[in-house]
Each structure stands twice: as C-alpha cells, then as structure tokens.
Ligand binder design. Sequence first.
Ligand SMILES: CSCC[C@H](NC=O)C(=O)N[C@@H](C)C(=O)N[C@@H](CO)C(=O)O
Length: 760
Amino acid sequence: MHPFLDLPMHVSAQWRRAPYALALLACAAPAALIAQPGRGGGGGAGGAGAAAGGASPSNALPALPKGPRAMMLRDWYRVANLSNPAVSPDGKRIAVTVTRAVEADNRRHSEIWVVNAAGGEPQRWTSPSTESSNPRWSADGKYLFFTSQRAGGTGNTWAIRLDQPSGEAIQVGDYPNGSMPSDGSFAVFTDAGRPAPTAPSPDPFGQMQPMARPPFEAITRPSVSARFDGRHVVDMSYKVNGVGFVPGRRVARTWRPTQIARQPIGDTTKKVITSTAYSHRGPVVSPDGKWIAFTADSRLRPDSVVDRERDSLATLPYNKVRDEAERNDADIYIIDANGGTPRKLTDWMGAESQITWSPDGKQIAFIGRPGRTKNSNIYVVDAAGGTPRALLGNWQYEPGNFDWLPGGIQFTAEIGGRSAVLRADMSGKSLPTELVSGRRQLRGASYDESGKTLAYVATSMNKPTELFVASGDGTGERQLTNFNKDVNADVVWSDAERITYKSVGNLEIEGWLMKPYGYEAGKKYPMVIYIHGGPHSSYGEGWFDEFQNLAAQGMFVLFTNPRGSSGYGAPFTYSTRGRWGMEDYQDLMKAVDIVSVRADVDSTKMGATGGSYGGFMTTWMATKTTRFKAIETDRTITDWTYWYGSSDAQGLTEFEFYGKPWDNQKLYDELSPIRYVNKVKTPMLIVQSEEDHRTPMGSAEIWFMSLKKQGVPVELIRYPRSNHDLSRTGEPWLLVDRLGRLRQWFGYWLQGVQPGAVAN
Ligand SMILES: CSCC[C@H](NC=O)C(=O)N[C@@H](C)C(=O)N[C@@H](CO)C(=O)O
C-alpha cells in the first residue's frame, strides 16, 4: 500500500500566504515591494481562477503532513521555478523571475526578486497582484526593466527607477529597448511601421466573430451573418497550438518589411534609417556606435518575393536535388549607423544568428548552422570582411547563447543531459573549456559589464531551481537563494543514477534510473520507462515533476535519450530521419533490457509512458511487445497521415519522412501504430487536451475506440481548456489531476493499489 493512502482527512491547508511587507528602500531597492522568500512568496490576492468549479478544491483536502516524506500531489504547488537571471551592470545585484502556483486560484504567478551578489535575503521588487517577468537592467543603471501587462499603460515593458527614490513601476518612452553602443547614447531596433491607412468602408460582416467572417477571396458567404458563428477557413495556417484558431486575412496581402530605427536615450523621437523592400533582422550596433550589423535575405530580395517563393515551394512534391541541397537564405550585412547602402559581410551558406561585435569592434561573431542536419558552431569574422572561422572545430556538441566578454567568448551548451558554461578557444584550435559544469542543468548565464560576475539558475535531479553566482571564469560559485527551502525540507526528492549503454550500431546512449521513494536494498520495485517527445528534445539532469511523481509512488523511473534526441550533436539528432520507431525504439528497449535484469527491479511489473512523439512511441510499443503491464499515452500520435492533416506543424514530417503523405504514403503508413492496433493487449490510459493543435484529439479517439472494440482495458481522459502543453504550462488543477491519474494507473496495474487511491 502507498504510505499516504491511510492518512486521516484533516481540515484543509491553504497554500501558506503570510502577508508581505510593502516597503520603500531609499538606496538598496528603490520602489521595491519587499518580501522574504519562503515567507509568503507564493501569495497574492486577486487573479481570477479558471473555470473548473467554484470554491477552492483545497477546502476538501487534508493538511500536507510535515516531512521528510514522499512527494504528495499538492507539493507540486509549492515548488518555485527561477528563470531569466540578470546581473546589474556593476555586478552588485542580480534580478530573477520567480514563478509559483497559487493553488487556491488555480493559476501561476511570477514576480521579480533581487538579491545582492555578495549574498543576503532576496527581496521582492514587483507587486504580488500583477504578473512580472524577464528582468533586465539599463546600461546606465537608471532602470530595472521587466515584462508586465498593467492597467493604464501601453505595450508590455515596465520599469522600476533606480537612480532616485520612486514608487510604482512606470513606463518610459525615452528609453527604447534595443542594441546600444558602449556609451549607451542611443538604441537601434527594428520597426515595421504602421499599416497604410485605408478609406473606411462598411463591413457587412463586422458584427461577426473574427473566425466566422469570410476571409479574403473566399467563395462562400454566410446566408445570414447573424446566424453563423462557426469558423471559415481559407488559409493553410489557421490554428496554432497555445494560440488557438487564427482568423484569415480579410484584405489583399501586403508587406511591411522591418526597417532599422534608432532613438537617442532620453529622447522620445525615433528615426527610421532604412527604407527597403526587404526586412532587416536582429540589428546590433558596434561598440563605437558607428556601424550596425544585421541579417537579411542573402540576395536582398523583397519580402514579397521571398514569401511567394516559400509558399510556392511548400506546395511542390519532395525533390531530392532541390530539398537536400545546401541553402543560403540569409547573410550578415553592415550599414552605417546613420543609414546608407549595406555591405555584405560574408557570403556564408546556412543560417546565421546572435550577431555579436567584439569589445574592440574589429570582429563579429555569430552562431552559424551550415545546414539543417549539421552542427551549429560559433564563427568569427573580421568586421572588414573575410572568411568566418569556426571556434569550436569538430566539437560533438552545439553552442547555446554566447557572450563576447573582455576576456573572450563564453557560452552555454547542452552536453547530453547536462549543461555547462564554457570558454571558446579563440584560435579555434582546441576544444572549449568547461567553466561551470557538473551533473546539473544551468540556464540563463548573465554577466556584469566587466565580465567578472556570472549568474545563472541551476537545477539537478533532486534539486528544484535556485540562483547561483560565480566569478566570470566560473570559480567561487555560491548559491544565492533558497526559495524551495520549505518544500525541500518536507519532501525527499528522488535521485537518479546515470547510465550509458551501447545500442544498435554501437551507438552510445545516455539514460538515468531514478530510485523509488523509500527504496530498500533487497526488495523489488516496479519500473516505468518515460519517453520524451520532439523527437528532437531530451531529458536531463534537472528536477522534473513527472519523474518525482512516479518515484514517490514507489516505482523506479527509467528515462533515456535515444537517437534522435537533441544535445548530442546534429548527426545524432537527425540519425532517425525516415526511420522513426526503428533504431530509437531499440535504444529504448535496450535500456529496459539492461534495467529489468537488476535484482531490485520487478521485470513482471513494468510500464511505459510518454507524450507527443513519446506518445507515438508508447502506442508503437504497445503494438510490438507485451512486456509492459500498463501504458499511458499522452498527447499521442497514432496515425501520421491524420497527424499531418490536423496538426499545426506539417514541416516536421515533411522533412523527416522525405515529403508529404502522398509523396511517401508507404512510410507514413508503415510507421503509424494504428495499422497494427489489432496486436495491442496492454491496458492503456490515454490523456489528451481538447485544444491541442499540435497533436489533435483524433489520434487519441481512434486509439481509444480500437482498444475498446477489442476488449483491451482503456481509459481516455480529455482535459478541457488545455493545449499540447498541459503537462508543462496547463491549468494547475488539471496538471496536478493528470499527475494523479498517472500514479493511479500505474499504481493499479503495477502495484495492486485500489482504483482511485491517490496521495493528494
Ligand atoms: C517543425 S515542427 C516542430 C514540431 C515539434 N518539435 C519539437 O519539439 C513538436 O512539437 N513535436 C511534437 C510532435 C512533440 O513530440 N513534442 C514534444 C516536445 O516538445 C512534446 O513533449 O510535446
């Protein structure tokens, strides 16, 4: 029996909400709303809860027991997530976004907190009654900017004044967001201008809902517009996961290419310095303020030409010569910072991003990817022109974000399931050096102006995110926050052992085995394998609610990064092209083979779960093996042709399957689990969001009906108001409900737990 199922039903425990203090700090934290972490950090009045039910469900739930103990479902609401750290230009303070759930209101809440780099209690700088995130400091130290949507303002950039005592957050029109030279005197940014004014004409469909109106060039019209509230679709992209249905154009197509604008700091007047038929992207001004580098179409063709070419290519059948050829869609250009004719920096095949000037303004670095299936690298080229040279040579991995500091280039990277901060060898002759590493995941490396202070958020298998600071070279690391202190004190998070193993073709695969809560040597435990989606994503060395959830239920959790995963270099990532469910399936089963012979794993009680591509893989497994006693398939894909037609992301299979379904129908069919559904014997739980536009409902429905009609135990849980990201960013009550279903399903089939028993 589960350790918590016999607990008495106490009176409820609300998410603890101690009052926060409102204070004004003259120097250290002007205009700040101050609070202490772990004391009311999740709180906040206001914020409408979402639609499920009326009164808070926590009224009916017992108080969470003090630990140390296994994770219970409501512990999920207690975990704080830190993101977007930003070091102040002088290196003295670090701002960070702190996000928590507000259980009673069924919502998440984000605030900006600031902590001294030297240490001390973090302070809350934004109001608990509004959402604030993504802090960034102005170079002159006058403002802390952040993203928020507040009443009485326009746009979503708000600021706290730092150079004088002040109160509420404000909006400032004379401090534009953009790239600035060293003296911070102006900013450059892109500007798409305003649409040309059109003479107002009466719209006979103006009273209808936007999706119901007949789009431009539609042939049909509502017979009586007041009697049609459906959706009229003409364009190819009419729905987007997380956004919903997107109304079609109602006028002829026009283009507004993005131009480069500059605006002095302390002035509200912006000057647009270009006027072209092509768009400028990612403009970055040189440190001396004389030049602006940007990317644009490699032939500077008008946006209208580029778009029409892309649209027309999208309707053509797969053609190996054309579709596999290297492309050069964009190049880097340099223009005088006051305008003029752009100079192409270099003709470079592939895609360029993250343009960055060297501190002396003599060179430019960028991330370049020579081709879709080739590794990206950091390239450096003289600002005068020349051939870019790669800094990372034949390094197996790929760079993430990088900074050109006074001492050289430093960057973050995924190295399999972990991540690190590294320094590049500027000669490109040696492999990069790891500065901050270990079995963990680091995010958002941020430096002060001198490059001497480095901050990042980090998490490891049994440690939720916290903020860390180190010297610019990675030495002297210190943990600066302890937002998760209370939940960490109550809950024993499970750790995982890292394993590597050789699979088909002698390819090395990385994986992990997480121990069940309360593990005792000499006993046997059930095991569930988790399978990630993408397929080009990865599991890693970070705290993950889903793994902790099943480990707390008393199961081993096995997770691996089969071929096709990201984080191991592009050749590994794309090695499954045209072969989905073949070698990657074997990589997963090889891990099951290895783990199932352990003395502490009960090989007669194994389960599998996964979402999206991982959902495809679980249904695929169900057609191939009866080794698993229960499976959960999440946001699943059971028929690739159906998925192609109903998803918002056709590009994925057009590339991976070498064409559209009718170009390569055999492959789409052969790799579709539904073709073999008559072989399924394993009980399956199907979890599906009703507003999932990435992997829509039909795959789940046909799987459910097929199993039902064959007498295979199956349950379908349909979540309302939810999209493809329910398990990550969904409504908290529904997200936690899903975690509970997973526990119950595997608890019932693998542990003999009674139906409905759940550790709330
Ligand atoms: C060019 S289309 C990109 C599709 C995208 N790929 C990367 O994640 C995607 O959404 N794929 C889904 C089929 C999928 O498996 N998604 C995973 C990973 O995000 C999921 O867990 O939802």
